[in-house]
Design a protein around this ligand. Sequence first.
Ligand SMILES: NC(=O)c1ccc[n+]([C@@H]2O[C@H](COP(=O)([O-])OP(=O)(O)OC[C@H]3O[C@@H](n4cnc5c(N)ncnc54)[C@H](O)[C@@H]3O)[C@@H](O)[C@H]2O)c1
Length: 433
Amino acid sequence: MRIAVIGTGYVGLVVGACFAETGNEVTCVDKDAAKIRMLNRGKIPIYEPGLEELVRRNRAEKRLTFTTDLTEPVKRSEVIFIAVGTPTGEDGSADLKHVLAAAREIGKAMNGYKVIVDKSTVPAGTSDLVREAIGGETTHPFSVVSNPEFLKQGAAVEDFLKPDRVVIGATDEKSAAIMTELYRPFTRTGAPIMVMDCASAELCKYAANAMLATRISFMNEIANVCERFGADADKVRQAIATDKRIGPAFLFPGVGYGGSCFPKDVKAIIKFSGDKKYRFRILEAVEDVNEAQKLRLLQKVEAAFGKSLKGRTLAIWGLAFKPRTDDMREAPAIPIIEGLLERGARVRAFDPEARDVARRLFGSRITYAKHAYDALKDADALLVVTEWNEFREPDFKKMKRAMKQPVIFDGRNIYNPQQLRALGFTYSSIGRS
Ligand SMILES: NC(=O)c1ccc[n+]([C@@H]2O[C@H](COP(=O)([O-])OP(=O)(O)OC[C@H]3O[C@@H](n4cnc5c(N)ncnc54)[C@H](O)[C@@H]3O)[C@@H](O)[C@H]2O)c1
């Protein structure tokens, strides 16, 4: 099939490359000319495991191209994906201006029947708005499909190639059949393709993210209670994770969730439920707990060193909102670093991938270490904020030699408290006294 993908970000680029990989002819469109120039030079604007190889191979085979103008790609494509951002608006809602702008541009460029697929995360009812926006610009026939994306950054390519399920919201059989055909190569191992109405499809994505965010906030509260009783949150986690009704995923206590999706999607569901006179009380609490949890490490630093951190150097390991990505959108590292700077500390930070992104956020206000151990030079303490694999088994003796004092605040519980204390570290983590 010939496919156009409008919006070439974390989702659009992965979607485009993966559909090209199964033999489709894909054009990725983005209004960001610098991004498209980069892609046309064979450079990938984001870090995502496996993506570079996929893009290189499909570009070479001429199945994957990049452009800033959607007119030609829309004209020659049968299926057009909208994968633009839906950031949080001023009132907490999902801002649909990019989605509707893309829809209008698609409408203007149409030259025959098209399936227009909303891949962006959008509130229930958006497919009707997209239909109106396109219909206002064209007399050609078209179908609007809602096809939420469940990939997770850090494993986006793998998730897309081997999805747990594919959700398709469609109002007619023709577009449902085209979408089912398109996804067939990815579901050969038995993952279901679930066809439903558009509003249900749109809600699936919010329900999934809201549930995952709830598990994280729930476990963070359990960890905070554990600290008050001298209990071990990891033991509690392991015990409940073996319960088949609960399972092990998304139960790790830490410094709270971040990223471009959970915070904005939790806000959006609270807002659109509220618009229909339904107060989503659980999610209000999930959000509150998460905001407080992002400051847990700062509270621990303050308890150890006092309110002023003047003259202190604090090392940070991990800036990205999670491992295997360079994305720092809503990353817990941001309020943590801001809090340390406000208290007068010097900050030396290291992240395997997010250094350039962090530089755009903090400029010269912090120091960017080239290697993990460089960040520890003369540090009064280390704060582990993102659980990159390379931080899991460090050379503790080397760490001790580099630091002014061997103090670790572990926001991801990646070390063994007994072992660290035996090695002479003052060690504090989340929910483990
Ligand atoms: N990032 C994730 O892990 C993830 C996962 C599932 C779903 N989603 C959803 O997918 C959507 C996209 O997310 P993302 O992380 O890829 O965003 P992103 O910000 O990385 O990318 C969006 C891109 O769309 C481009 N764009 C905006 N308006 C445009 C227009 N009119 N024409 C052409 N290009 C335009 C922007 O320049 C940008 O490059 C969001 O709704 C998000 O919630 C994201």
